[in-house]
Write a protein that binds this ligand. Sequence first.
Ligand SMILES: [Fe+2]
Ligand SMILES: [Fe+2]
Length: 442
Amino acid sequence: MKPVSFYLVTDTHYLDSKLEPGGEAFENNMVTEQYFVKESGAIISATFDKIIQDKETDIVIIPGDLVKNGEKESHNGFIDELYRLKTNGKKVYVITAGHDYNDNAYVLKGDGRVPVEGTDYNDLCEMYRDFGYGDAIAFDEPTHSYVAEITQGVRMLAIHCDSKDQPKGTMDDRLMEWAKEQLDKAKADGCSVFATCHYPVIPPVPAFELVGDAKIKDWRKVASFLADNSVELVLTGHMHIQSINEYYSESGNRLIDVCTAALVGSPAKYRKVTVDENSALKIESLGVPDFGWDLNGLTPQEYFDNHFASAIVARVRGALGGGKGIVKHLKAFGRKRFDKMTVKGFKRILCLKRDKEFDKKKFSDFVGEVGVSIFSGDSPYVEGTAGYNLIAGILGRFSFVIKKVEPKLLKNGEKNGLRNILLNTIGNNKGFSDNNAEFRLK
Ligand SMILES: [Fe+2]
Ligand SMILES: [Fe+2]
């Protein structure tokens, strides 16, 4: 691949402060939310300031979910920020995604939803004309996919898989045919091509293979199509997770999927990607800088991670509510234990004796930490560690549940059983980092 360098920022989910979110409904929603809404403007501005300071890299790529939920006011504010990048010498390329259009936009205010002006899907290309669409050398009208030559000899295939009239996360045969034409043309013109797509093409972690919306549909087919047509790199987002994965097609061609977390949520990362003259690909992850809010002495990373850990705990607690009859009583019992018990107490109930490392920790804190580490990439809970052994022990005790749900979940001939899929999601030694990695491209 020919040399290129760019910044990668994903899922900015900007909500303009002019919309004045707040009140009980907003605060209740934030309890289980992964990312920050009120802080989003300050986080984006501070990150763009850092990018502007780097005079060597002049390209910024943002693959979708630009705003919170299609509010017109948020797009206006976000576009102002993009113009700030542009007037400071940066070329910006976006694709829009499901959170960028909405006919029934609202903001949480007071005790409920207050309607606000939304955004028509068909207006988005014109709104973002100065940020990719205007530079397109090819444009696919039905999906808003496009190709742009972002630097001499390097083209970006921007696959829009989250358009209004198609099932979410789809690259159908017609779009693939259009992409094939563009890839053939690039080859004939002597250009290298990488791709970007809002949805992950390779499931970021093994368990996401079992979740319909967590990766592009027919992902092996799409990954093989790209790899077999000389696309070695795809940049994705959507799942708000830091992960890097490789996939080899049956013909032995490789695709690398760099999936980047939401800028405005844990783990507070964006990336710088460089390909040098020897086709060496270097992926660096950078932390969200100080964004001027009072974080009670915490770093942005700690502030983001703490919020996400408590959101995970709140979701588990929520799942342990409701039900009828005996189920309701069992859930209420579980909820009480979940809130109060230490890891040691939980192990005692399950007759687990080994690995005392986490014994004093509250069990709910342990659950929150494991969840955050999955989304941060490079999870420490890999085979051979005390954390892995503890989770494997717990899963072992619930093997009767796993056996029961396994046939329903594993419908696509997954090679690994559900237990291994879960363990490889919690910690997976792939041989390269999810955050800072280097590869040799063709
Ligand atoms: Fe998102
Ligand atoms: Fe998304």
